[in-house]
Design a protein around this ligand. Structure first.
Ligand code: ADP
Ligand code: ZN
Ligand code: ZN
Length: 717
């Protein structure tokens, strides 16, 4: 018998689905543990790997030795290793892909191991010209406290500058990591509703909760109280936000309460910043992380609370390998690691509300805003009437009037435009009808190249009509208006108004977003025109009017979630107004004012919306009533791609008679960068007596070229 270890090799190209066995040499006998990052020989080179199992057994001949360890401490905790295995099964990825989501690249690639001893922390401030010394000082200040090893990783030649800073008495040397996190500001006394929510979370047996509270109901304040409770018990807490909502304002709110013990995690961090935060979480030095979705994989060891704010946001779904949904991973981790999971939203996803309704998780509702603040007044304008009465402007008369009034009262205005789906659907300007598939009740997508319409559910194709099939009018057209156009129109109406524009073309990185946010917050602009980017997470006290220029754009996307997305966007956008003392007004312009997603946004009636929408999902057997799998085929040779897709669909139909298989057919975006794309959609009905569909899908994925499979996809284009 010999000491052996099973190691997961860090190679993603080869679709490695298993661990490989190595011998543990004498010198490493006492240092190999589960989750450790090691170097092993593999196919002629030395690669990194993660130890999955340590045991003693019979070594078969030819077994190789582990050649070294790359990090003194394990890089993944045992629960994270289990999570990786669960993800492979659920999302059809391979172990190395799941592990890569958990270990920062800079750690994975490190070659040496050094013990950590000394810590540094700043005392006071230091102003200086840009220099090596000054940037080192600022770096330490940013970290709060940093150990020597991490510091030298970031600044390899830091020695002399560090010494100088210590001499200047602006950097302090400590033998041990600083443990205490001081609460800097005092919390608001909770309202009875907030208090009831908090007590439910802490006292009732459910371990996962849906916190359904209208915009401005004080959900964030409840999260803060939950975190404070976790910290008092010496535990860690994680708050997840959609990337775009990680505004300086939100972060400040957490930092203000919990001080420098709060770290931020988002895609804009450098490798070094990532490594440090990851390291501090692993060592338990960092107690609170506020981050975007990938923070769900940080190596917490004493996690007590996971909050997912705006839990309905599609950005919680990762569309690249591993194609996880953050909410599902959070619920898994919460259960495995004994942490409370709170999903917060004013407009929960249908999936979460369904779970809460059926008792699978706890449910707390806060139907009112804090401090007696009122919900905004919402008016819906029927744009068909505007047209009939001769107004061809992109702004209705009501919106123009409200804008003038808001300007006169010196209130800020937000004009909101949902540009997703721009120009892809066809709308009749006379009757408001979007051309729909007769079988599926989803709108048809216009394909410019082929001059055809296609349904992306049943995947049938139709010729482009000259007249509206509903009313015979010839005023059918591809619908859409961009932010630039809206800005021009505002300028024409209010030449004095100072304008800001927010869309993906002008906001390229998080820094631009922060700058814009502050400009508008400080009142340096009167009107903010933007896409859905500005619909969430922003809290501007001086906004009196929100105008939704075109409410229908998301409604007509070829996506079974289109009504849900529309309702969410309208309610969230409306929620940007009337946050402080100014009563808010919202004007929604629509060609479909009778659609339930639009009508119910007027009364902010989420429950009524849910009832309508869940009935539709149940009738059409979309999630949460089925597991949806998207099989996307892609390649340069159209015939070959079509043939692969045909084989895939055929195999599914033969193997899974109880399920529904749609397609194959060209994808909504049927050719991207010269590659042809075909889709097959599987509605799978899991039941306990039935064999899992996953091995079958894995087999297809390995057999058919250019196939990517996504569970419960959000991107159906
Ligand atoms: P939500 O997260 O539900 O949109 P917030 O927590 O951001 O709501 O609260 C909205 C506003 O009300 C914030 O400015 C917040 O500081 C304030 N607020 C929240 N709770 C209280 C409270 N109990 N007392 C006073 N003000 C509060
Ligand atoms: Zn018509
Ligand atoms: Zn159809």
């Amino acid at each position: 018998m010999e000491p052996l270890a099973d190691v997961i090799i860090d190679r993603v190209a080869e679709a490695l689905d298993r661990a490989f066995t190595y011998r543990i040499p004498d010198v490493l006998q006492n240092s190999i543990a589960i989750g450790q990052l090691v170097s092993v020989p593999f196919r002629g080179t030395v690669v990194a790997g993660v130890v999955r199992r340590v045991y003693s057994g019979l070594a078969i001949s030819g077994l190789k030795d582990i050649v070294g360890i790359r990090d003194a401490e394990p890089v993944v905790t045992p629960p994270l290793l289990e999570l990786a295995e669960w993800m492979c099964e659920r999302y059809l990825c391979y172990l190395p892909q799941a592990l890569r989501a958990m270990i920062p690249a800079s750690v994975r690639k490190s070659k040496r191991t050094r013990p950590s001893q000394t810590w540094y922390r700043v005392q006071g401030t230091r102003q200086g010209r840009p220099s090596r010394k000054q940037s080192l000082f600022e770096y330490i200040a940013r970290c709060g406290a940093v150990d020597r090893r991490t510091l030298l990783d970031a600044f390899p030649q830091a020695g002399p500058a560090l010494h100088a800073l210590i001499q200047e008495n602006v950097v302090e040397v400590m033998p041990l990591p600083p443990q205490d996190i001081a609460a800097l500001t005092t919390p608001h006394p909770l309202t009875p509703e907030q208090d009831r929510a908090l007590r439910s979370f802490l006292q009732e047996p459910a371990t996962s909760w849906l916190l359904e509270g209208v915009t401005g109901s004080g959900k964030t304040e409840v999260y803060l109280a939950l975190i404070a409770d976790a910290l008092e018990r010496g535990k860690q807490a994680l708050v997840l936000l959609p990337e775009i909502a990680l505004t300086p304002q939100t972060v400040t709110r957490f930092r203000g309460r919990f001080g420098s013990g709060v770290a931020v995690w988002h895609s804009g961090l450098s490798q070094d910043e990532r490594r440090q935060t990851w390291e501090a979480v692993r060592q338990g030095r960092l107690k609170v992380v506020v981050g975007a979705r990938s923070a769900i994989f940080l190596p917490f060891t004493a996690l007590a609370v996971i909050v997912i704010d705006e839990e309905h946001e599609p950005s919680y779904k990762q569309e690249e390998h591993p194609r996880y949904h953050t909410r599902e991973v959070a619920l898994w981790r919460g259960k495995r690691e004994g942490a409370l999971v709170v999903l917060g939203s004013a407009t929960p996803s249908l999936e979460s509300r369904y779970k809460a309704q059926s008792g699978e998780m706890g449910h707390v509702q806060i139907p009112r805003r804090v401090l007696g603040r009122t919900m905004p007044t919402v008016e819906i304008v029927d744009m068909r009437d505007e047209l009939k009465e001769g107004n061809r402007h992109i702004f209705s008369r009501l919106l123009q009037d409200e804008m003038s009034r808001a300007r006169a009262r010196d209130e800020q205005i937000i004009l909101f435009l949902n540009r997703r789906g721009y120009s892809t659907f066809v709308l009749c300007r006379s009757c408001g009808q979007a051309l729909e598939c007769p079988d599926c009740a989803v709108s048809l997508t216009y394909h410019q190249q082929e001059e055809r319409l296609a349904c992306h559910y049943c995947l049938r194709q139709f010729p482009l009509p000259k007249r509206c099939p509903e009313c015979g009018s010839e005023k059918i057209r591809y619908f859409g208006a961009g932010t630039e156009r809206v800005v021009e129109e505002v300028r024409a109406l209010f030449p004095q108004a100072r304008l800001l524009r927010a869309d993906r073309d002008v906001l390229k990185d998080p820094q631009d977003y922060a700058t814009l946010y502050h400009q508008f917050y400080r009142g340096e602009a009167d009107v903010l025109v933007g896409t859905q980017m500005i619909a969430k997470g922003m809290d501007f006290p001086r906004v009196g009017l929100v105008g939704v220029v075109a409410a229908d754009t998301a409604l007509h996307l070829p996506d079974f979630r289109s009504a849900e997305r529309t309702f969410q966007l309208l309610v969230q956008a409306g929620g940007r107004s009337g946050r402080a003392d100014i009563p808010g007004r919202v004007v929604i312009q629509s060609y479909n004012p009778d659609h339930y997603a639009i009508k119910l946004a007027k009364t902010h009636d989420y429950s009524a919306f849910y009832e309508e929408e869940i009935a539709f999902r149940s009738a059409t057997r979309y999630p949460p009533f089925s597991q949806l799998w998207l099989l996307a085929f892609e390649g340069e040779d159209r015939a070959a791609v079509a043939e692969s897709a045909r084989q895939g669909a055929e195999a599914l139909r033969a193997g899974w008679p109880g399920d529904e298989v749609l397609g194959p057919a060209p994808a909504p975006l049927s050719r991207v960068r010269g590659r042809y794309r075909y889709h097959v959609l599987l509605k799978h009905f899991a039941d306990p007596g039935k064999q899992s569909v996953v091995p079958h899908l894995k087999e297809l994925q390995n057999r058919l070229a250019g196939l990517r499979i996504t569970r419960d996809p959000y991107l159906l284009m």
